[in-house]
Design a protein around this ligand. Sequence first.
Ligand code: PLP
Length: 348
Amino acid sequence: MAIDTPALLIDGDRLRANVAAMAAAARDGGVALRPHAKTHKMVEVAALQLEAGAAGLTVAKLGEAEVFVDGGCEDVLIAYPLIGDTKLERLVALARRARVAVALDSLEVARALAEAGAEIRVRIEVDTGQHRAGVLPGDVAALAREVAALGLHVEGVMTHEGQAYAAEDLAAATHEAAVKMREAAASLPDAVVSLGSTPTARFAAREPGVTEIRPGTYVFQDRTQIAHGAATPKDLAAFVLATVVSRPAPDRAIVDAGTKVLSSDRLNAPGAPVDFGAIDQTGWPLVRASEEHGIVAVPPGASLRIGDQVRIVPNHVCPVVNLFDEAVVVEGDREIARWRVAARGLSR
Ligand code: PLP
C-alpha cells in the first residue's frame, strides 16, 4: 500500500464501529441522534450516520449544510446564527430543498430570518456554562415568545456543553447542563431539547427531558477524547500518515507533518501535556512543530529510520480533517477508497 504523505488516513472498520456504537447509545437512551458533521465534512461519512439511524445532521456553517443537502441529507440543523443578506438568500434557497433549522440567540437574527421569509425552524441557543453564544436558561421563554411573534416556528432549545471538556467529572457536568436545559425548555411545549458533545453524549442520552444528542468527534475520536475516557486507542479511526524525513539526532525524528496538517490545537483536557499529537504505534509525542515539520521525541536507540511511515494521532481531529482535500480509507492493510473532504474550508 503506497500512500503519499502527509495523508489523512481513515480506518473504515473502526469508523463504522464508532457510528454504530453512538447510534446504539442514542437508541438505548430513547433520544434522536443528530451528529455534528463538522468533524468529518464528508458525504460518505454522513451517509453512514444516516443509514445507522441519525435523524439528520448538525453543521456549523451554511456552506456545510449545502454540501450535505447536495449529498442527500434531507434534514439539517445549522447550529450557528446566520447574519447578512448573502447568507439569508442562500438559506431561503436551501430551505426549499431540505428541512432546515437554525440556532439563534438574538432577536436581531430572528428578525432578519423572518424578513427573508425562509421556511425554517428555529432553536434557541442556550448558554449552559460554556460562555460562548447563547442566552441564559431563564431568558429563553421571553426570546422564544418574541421569535414566535415574528411568525417563526420555535422547535426547541440547543446547547453545546463545551465546558465539560474542562470538567473532572463528565457525568456531573452533563447533569448540570441538562438541568439548565430542562429549565430553558420549561415554557416550550413539545420542545426539542438538544445537547451536543462526544464526551457527554452517552450521559446526556439518559438525562430526563433530553430529546436529542449532537456529538461530532465520536466518528473518528482523537487524543482529547482518550484523555477524557470517551474513547480508547482501539476506537481511533483517523490518523495523519507521515514520513520520517530526517533523523538529525538520536532523540529526534522529523516527520513531514507540521501545523499545516496537524493544526496547532492542543489536547483539550485538564492537566494534559502540551504537544502536537503522538505516534499511534509507540506513543512518542510530537513535542514541537513548525508549518511543515513535526519534531518527534524518540527514545535513544529507537529504530525509526528515514523513509519510515508513521501514523500520528491528532490531538483534535476536526481541524485536521479540514486541512485535507481527501481521505484515504483503509481496511487492514488495504486501501479501499478515497473520499473527498467535500465541505473542507467552507466557513461561510
Ligand atoms: N454541537 C455544537 C454546536 C458544537 O459546537 C459541537 C462541537 O464543537 C458539537 C455539537 C459536537 O461536539 P464534539 O465535537 O465534542 O462531539
